[in-house]
Write a protein that binds this ligand. Sequence first.
Ligand code: HEM
Length: 477
Amino acid sequence: MTLFHLIAGWIGYLLICLLGLILIAFLCFCLYIKYIHLKYDHIPGPPRDSFIFGHSPTLLREMRNDRFVHDKFLEWFVECYTHIESGVGKYSVVLLLHRFFGNGLVTAQNHDEWYKQRRIMDPAFSSLYLRGQMGVFNERAEKLMDKLADMADTNTAANMHHLFNCVTLDVITKVAFGVELDLLNKSDSPFPNAIEMCLKGMVHYLRDFTFQLYPKNKKFINEVKKSCQLLRSTGRQWINERKMAVQNGEDVPKDILTQILKTADKANDDEELMLDNFVTFFIAGQETTANQIAFAVMELGRLPEILTKVKQEVDDVIGMKQEISFDDLGKMTYLSQVLKETLRLYPTAPGTSRFIPNDIVINGIPIPAGVSCVFSSYVCGRLDKFFEDPLKFDPERFHPDAAKPYYCYYPFALGPRSCLGQTFAQMEAKVVMAKLLQRFDFSLLPGQSFDVLDTGSLRPKSGVVCNIRHRGQTPAA
Ligand code: HEM
């Protein structure tokens, strides 16, 4: 009995000590949070939801309610916003415990490693090299036109977003890796779904890092992992095939894949880094452009005056010509304006972040070192401080004679880490749009193409669905 009392006493004592330790740890944590608040409280911003969780509850609520978080940022916009492009701190991306973008070009954190990769990749994005790719842009866009012609003939509604996704994926695999996928005619390809799953996984991971801990998400996570593995194993296969070709002295194109082989350190033949870059280009080079073209079609579909004007320009520049040249692209200035205005309202990479390595003062506000700043292209594009009547889709804002929107329009980011594929993307978007406008009339399917949100902005739904007609063809009853 005495022994029992002794053990019970010790257990009670240990429990009290444990509770005391937990309490001390919690108090230290609260002090740390208080210290962080004091460090950043001078930066204007919306009131916090909670002492510990800061603004996270509001952001999580917005995302769970399927609202766009950048709309909340827009609401929260603080008067002293300014743009900086400083440091090159980045996050390497691991997707739900599986290496995804890794240390590839978009996410490389170390400046020297990034710089080396960027210099190696530059030649595959030079104007001269891209000029030589006009044939591929034309040929792939032509396949889309064939598909649309079939749809017009059979009076089938076209899910434009899906079709643009197929064509941009076809273009990037051909231009970057020399591989023909022909997704417009092969509906059983696993790639579009794999990319969609990886992107969804990335969104979940960024929204809530505890996502992977809940058993109910296991099935989804496994699917994302499988998709990620598919992309990386495809990369491994294509890289090895190209390596063999190089070793056999074959004449290989100077494309992105050839440049990717050069990013690996010769001494240790870093295959993982090559795969990081493979996945980076596979994804960065496709989805953003497809979304941009779909958003442009959504706006043109509801704005007949702008549509007529851009069609007129396309007719004037390319007429009935099938092969669009690089010089033609330069002449379609109003189409460029339409595409730029599309990215102002719908930046398909809506924001970016930069790590601030040293103390810095922005608009008179001291920003302490060691933080990451988020720059929202979406917010800047929708502020009437920078763009009058911001929700109005007006390509005249980008007229060559209009004042340039310096530091408030950056859909491709600014500075050394800005988009390497900007010219590539805009050439591709222009070729697809020009051919579409040259050949077809389209109208948005009522109720299926976009929602008008309570913020007054538009959101595409069901993939921007259109009725397609050959130009001059009378609409079906
Ligand atoms: C409309 C289409 C596109 C948009 C809006 C877009 C946007 C962006 C943005 C905002 C960044 C900066 C990311 C950051 O700061 O974290 C970026 C980086 C990058 N983009 Fe794009 N992009 C597009 C198309 C493309 C295409 C077609 C390619 C390749 C073929 C590409 C390749 C890259 C690469 C490699 C980087 C990393 C650059 C570096 O850090 O050195 N992008 N893009």
